[in-house]
Design a protein around this ligand. Structure first.
Ligand SMILES: [Fe+2]
Length: 300
C-alpha cells in the first residue's frame, strides 16, 4: 500500500496584508486540499493528518476541495475523518467531489462539524477571539462557481479569506474583493517535468501552478495538496500541507518561515528540516510570484 502521507512538505508562512488589523492579527490557519480519499488515501491517513494539524495550535482549518477521487462512496468517510480536526473547519468543494456526487458531498458536510461554504461567506471568530470573513467559492471546472453570490454579504471591512478550489479564478475572485485566496487543484502539475511549468505559462496562459502569487493587492496561494486521483506518483511535486499566520503589513507579503519534510503518518520520523526566510517580490503585473525564486519551485 502506498502511503501518500509518507513524505509531506509542511510549509509555515506569515501572510502580511494591510487589511489585517487588530481583529485578525495572529490568527493561525491550516490549509488542507486535494485529499483524494480512495485507492491510496484511506480514512486512517486523514485521521493522521487531522492529528498532525491538531498538534500545531491552529485556530482555523480550511479545506479547498477534492476530498475524493471518483467514487461517491468515499465522500462520507473522508468528511467523517476530517471531523477529527479540533479547530473549527470550513470547506469548499472541488471538481472531483461534484463528479462523484454533489448531493452526497453536501449531505456528508451537513452531518459534519466541518462547515461547507458554497458561494457564501460568513464571519468567523476563533476561540482566541480573532475574526476574519471567510468566503467560499464553489468549483469552476463543473461550473458551480458564483463569485458575486459568494461575496454578496462580504461588505464589511474584515479581512476576506477566500477558499476557492480552482486557482485560475484568482483574478476574478481578487476583483470581487478577496484579500487572500487559498486554492489547490493543480497538484503542482503532479509530474513537474522540467520545462512543463514554463510551457504552460507561456503557451497556454496557465499561470497559477503552485506557490504564492500576487494579483493586485490579493495574495493567492496554490497548494500542491496531499493526494492523487488517478495515479499515486508525483514527480517534483511532493504532497503539501500549509500553515499561515496572519499579520498586519504595509503591503501584501508572503514569507516562508519554516519548512519541514515529514511523514505525517509517523511524526517521530520527521526528517530533513530546513528554515529559510523568503521575502515577497512585489513587482507590478499580473500574476506576480510572491515567494523568492529559490523557494517558489516545488522540488523540495
Ligand atoms: Fe485534485
Amino acid at each position: 500500500m502506498i502511503n501518500p502521507l509518507k513524505k509531506v512538505e509542511v510549509n509555515h508562512f506569515t501572510l502580511r496584508h494591510p487589511r489585517v488589523d487588530a481583529r485578525s492579527a495572529g490568527m493561525v490557519i491550516a490549509h488542507i486540499t486535494d485529499i483524494h480519499l480512495g485507492r491510496w488515501v484511506k480514512p486512517r491517513h486523514v485521521e493522521d493528518l487531522s492529528a498532525y494539524v491538531n498538534r500545531h495550535g491552529v485556530e482555523l482549518a480550511v479545506l479547498t476541495g477534492d476530498y475524493v477521487g471518483y467514487d461517491k462512496r468515499d465522500l462520507a468517510p473522508c468528511v467523517e475523518a476530517l471531523g477529527a480536526l479540533e479547530a473549527p473547519a470550513f470547506a469548499t468543494l472541488g471538481n472531483h467531489d461534484h463528479w462523484a456526487s454533489t448531493a452526497l458531498a453536501e449531505a456528508a458536510f451537513s452531518r459534519s462539524a466541518v462547515r461547507l461554504l458554497s458561494n457564501v461567506s460568513e464571519v468567523f471568530t476563533s476561540a482566541q477571539g480573532r475574526t476574519v470573513r471567510l468566503v467560499g467559492v464553489d468549483d469552476a471546472v463543473t461550473r458551480h462557481d458564483d463569485i458575486p453570490q459568494a461575496f454578496a454579504e462580504a461588505q464589511d471591512d474584515l479581512f476576506r479569506l477566500t477558499l476557492c478550489h480552482v486557482p485560475s479564478l484568482g483574478p476574478k475572485v481578487a476583483a470581487a474583493g478577496a484579500d487572500a485566496i487559498l486554492s489547490g487543484h493543480t497538484h503542482g502539475l503532479q509530474f513537474n517535468v522540467p520545462g512543463m511549468a514554463k510551457l504552460l505559462t507561456t503557451r497556454l496562459g496557465i499561470h497559477y501552478i503552485g506557490g504564492g502569487y500576487l494579483i493586485d493587492d490579493t495574495v493567492l496561494y496554490v497548494s500542491r495538496g496531499l493526494g492523487s486521483a488517478s495515479w499515486p506518483w508525483r514527480y517534483k511535486a511532493s504532497p503539501e500541507l500549509t500553515f499561515f499566520t496572519l499579520q498586519p503589513g504595509a503591503r501584501p507579503e508572503l514569507t516562508l518561515e519554516h519548512r519541514v519534510q515529514t511523514s505525517i503518518a509517523h511524526p517521530v520520523s520527521a526528517h530533513g528540516r530546513s528554515r529559510r526566510m523568503a521575502q515577497a517580490a512585489l513587482g507590478a503585473g499580473d500574476p506576480a510570484p510572491l515567494i523568492a525564486a529559490d523557494d517558489k519551485d516545488n522540488t523540495k
